[in-house]
Design a protein. Sequence first.
Length: 446
Amino acid sequence: MELDDRLFRREAGRMVSALTRIFGVHNLALAEDVVQDAFCRALEVWGMRGAPDNPSAWLMTTARNRALDVLRRQRTAKTFAPELGRLLDSEWTLAPLVDEILAADAIQDSMLRMMFSCCHPRLSEPAQVALILNILCGFSVDEIASAFTSGHAAVEKRIMRGKKVLAESKRLFDTTVPADFSGRLPGVHRALYLLFNEGYHGASPAASVRLELCNEAIRLIAALLQHPLAMTPTTYALAALMTLTAARLPARTDSCGNLIALFEQDRTLWDRTRLDDGMRLLELSASGPELTAYHIEGAIASVHAMARRADDTDWSRIISLYDSLMRINGSPIVALNRAIAIAQRDGPERGLAAIEAIANPDRLAGYPFYPAALGELELRHGNPERARAHFEEALARARNPMERRFFEQRLAACEVPNARATVAQFWESGLDASQTDDEEEAAPSA
């Protein structure tokens, strides 16, 4: 029998977080071993008897019993969580304490503490995201390497270094101290943003959309919003951005995983529940004086969400929002998104001029949709030969088969008179793009 990937990803992070609170962060590997044992036991028992009615409870009970065995056998040889002290040494308090930490509310708190621990300020953003994926989401090194187009060795080194930093603290981050919590919250926001963005618009060689990454980011931001100190306008804005953007995912690819242009998407497939939730979260984000990039990107996503048809999109509003975003984060990617919006409202010539005016265009050198945007605008401007050259460049930079097929289709469109360009294809989300270097530090394009 095979364990469902969603069950593994959901339960692994919860169990590791809770057990790490018992064993101490310096014994993170021990917590991971206990969880692995529980899943191996599930494969063995469920294969013979079938899955239980409540798989999550079964796994947690198995991990609990295994943890108690480890504590009883190794407590004289190992030091565990220092804050639990003598409670782990007494047989009278051992089992009740473990049960208390493995209770549902306590597990939620342990997950948040682990999330904040992973976003240690000494770690680079790629390392923070890799730790979150590995520890909280149950992703293997190979899966993370595939998602971020990094080498196995680079990701493994990043995770090992990150775990070494965590081990030095001995205990999970304390989420009850307001000053410490507020100081690390922006890093948590950024890590979850990068995680979602990689799923929605990343560089995976296997797929143009990684739904599981988007879902993990949304699951974690929802958990974050359970903590009173995290219920800030910025957290709500980030949650709104993710939710509104994810609502369009069912229409973004066809059954074969091929990208579908915004103007060709079946908007009846958009997830109405998520759209409603996203709009509610965006309203909550307006409860204070803060105005962050997440607020503006969420507002851009809401403009797309409110358009019943692609032709109804309020491009003037989107341009205005991008103007505001440029003042906060004037990156080449944001400038490119703004140029696309200008082209939609004012025509391809104005869009091309806006692209020509982008500062530091060299930072877009590896981004395939930069030449693709030029190709679309030249095609709309009646210059198929120039468009073809740009699409050929985009095709050479394509990162997965889906992107290659899309650019091949655009190349074919250069041979068809009056072919409709799909310039808004990749910019409807308002998401910024970041790249992860194969070495230690991030090389963000924004």
